[in-house]
Write a protein that binds this ligand. Structure first.
Ligand SMILES: Cc1cc2nc3c(=O)[nH]c(=O)nc-3n(C[C@H](O)[C@H](O)[C@H](O)COP(=O)(O)OP(=O)(O)OC[C@H]3O[C@@H](n4cnc5c(N)ncnc54)[C@H](O)[C@@H]3O)c2cc1C
Length: 429
């Protein structure tokens, strides 16, 4: 176990911050505090699909993760079907995944966050604490000084930014490069609704609810998804569409006419009218542009680093964002557990933090960037925009084959060893 005196501030209490706090507190034995700008630790009302790599990573952080997910009402996704949703071949099955190594779960984000926070002592969780600035310059003993909107100033041995896609810590880490690598619109917008299971079944059709599965409809300029969560009580339905022009703002009001127009090529098919009916039944219907971190030159700057969406926000097309955040927690937790000096080592554990963060950057950035790029390409294919595949089911099927293998097939033990090897390199050993 690492020196328990190492003090870490995690900025941001979303799924990444909460998972990382568990890793650093329970696995690495560090003195961790989480600072969240919102008045309470909370999540958007939507689901998140956790694939097998995400589940494996979560288990490394929280050994009782199966029970944790059960308390959050997670529903196993025994099958994930991609079906053509528009055009003359609408209804054609393109691919079915699930079972074995590909099994995942669907879970309500707010319930997952609640359960991820539960194993942490409340005294470590600080809401209403918005980071306004941080510095490593002229702070004693290599510490990092953080300032909050309420005027408080604190010092830590290291700071980790889990403050989401519009991260302030990212701006600090990237410095002069921040503007050039700012998050940008990815080319799609989406809207989501949670409805009672019986209502979804009656509207969409009983035949799609014969078992816990995710149905992903692909077609002309859009995508429709429905999956079950909350232990089978709720269904999430999502509609995603290609942006016709660059968005002026991330969030915009939506109407029935706008949805009908966006999915005009789908309306004779088996799913679009039902999905639109569910969507417009909710008050304050809004669409959100999808944004991503297209490139990032580094995740680390001295004793400050970034994780989760702050480092590698991706589009949702491969359902991989939260899984990448859990992998971050495993790798950073492992590196930070191995800072303790042995008796023959005169370097203090705190003086190895920068090397740990460099090692984290070296192993995580290539993989996360690959996920970002692959996810964007998957969106292009899904919405029938791939110039070769178009909406040809055979070509789409061929193009989808193997697309998830590199995400699911990670050997976490090997990966942890790679990270340790890098840390030793950076320490000059
Ligand atoms: C539409 C959509 C669908 C998705 N679907 C999936 C999926 O199916 N599967 C999957 O694996 N992933 C999915 N993802 C990705 C996944 O949700 C994210 O990768 C994951 O939630 C990581 O979030 P985070 O904690 O890094 O960031 P966030 O959830 O954005 O949390 C950041 C936190 O930091 C706080 N904060 C911000 N600034 C400050 C500050 N200055 N001071 C203090 N606190 C601050 C915020 O209030 C927030 O609570 C999806 C994402 C989107 C947008």
């Amino acid at each position: 176990m690492a020196d328990t005196k190492i003090r870490i501030a995690i900025i941001g209490g979303g799924l990444t911050g909460a998972t990382l706090a568990n890793a650093l507190f329970h696995v690495s034995g560090l003195d961790v505090h989480v600072y969240e700008s919102a008045p309470t630790f909370s999540e958007r009302g939507a689901s998140v699909a956790l694939s097998s790599n995400a589940l494996h990573a979560l288990k490394r952080v929280i050994p009782a993760s199966t029970e944790l997910l059960a308390r959050a009402g997670a529903v196993p996704i025994n099958s994930s079907r991609a079906i053509l949703g528009s055009g003359p071949q609408a209804g054609t099955l393109i691919v079915e995944m699930g079972g074995g190594v590909e099994s995942g779960v669907g879970v309500h984000r707010a319930a997952l966050l609640r359960e991820l926070l539960a194993p942490l002592p409340p005294s470590l969780l600080h809401a209403n604490k918005k980071l306004t600035s941080l510095t490593q310059d002229n702070v004693g003993d290599g510490e990092v000084e953080v300032s909050f909107e309420d005027g408080t100033v604190k010092r830590f041995d290291a700071v980790i930014g889990a403050d989401g896609i519009f991260s302030s810590v990212r701006n600090y880490v990237l410095g002069d490069e921040a503007a050039r690598h700012a998050p940008s619109p990815a080319g799609w917008w989406d809207c989501r609704v949670l409805v009672p299971f019986e209502k979804a079944k009656a509207t969409i059709g009983e035949q799609y609810f014969d078992m816990p599965r995710q149905n992903a409809w692909m077609g002309d300029g859009g995508f429709i998804l429905h999956d079950v969560l909350d232990g089978g009580k709720t269904v999430q339905c999502a509609i995603c569409c290609v942006e016709k022009e660059p968005p002026k703002e991330r969030k915009r009001p939506l109407t029935l006419e706008m949805l009908n127009e966006a999915l005009s090529g789908w309306l004779d098919g088996p799913i679009a009218k039902a999905a639109i009916e569910l969507m417009v039944d909710q008050p304050n219907l809004h669409g959100y542009s999808q944004w991503e971190q297209k490139s990032t030159p580094t995740y680390a700057n001295g004793r400050v680093c970034i994780v989760g969406d702050a480092a590698h926000a991706t589009t949702p097309w491969q359902g991989a964002g939260a899984g990448q955040a859990f992998e971050d927690a495993v790798i950073l937790g492992h590196l930070m557990s191995n800072l303790s000096s042995d008796p023959s080592d005169s370097t203090r554990p705190v003086d190895k933090i920068a090397a740990a963060f460099q090692a984290f950057d070296a192993v995580r950035r290539p993989r996360c960037q690959r996920v970002i790029d692959s996810s964007r390409d998957t969106g292009v294919l899904t919405c029938g925009q791939d110039p070769d595949a178009g909406l040809n089911p055979d070509k789409m099927r061929a193009a989808f084959g193997g697309r998830w293998t590199f995400i699911f097939g990670l050997d976490l033990d090997e990966y942890k060893q790679d990270a340790m090897g890098k840390m030793h390199e950076f320490l000059g050993r």
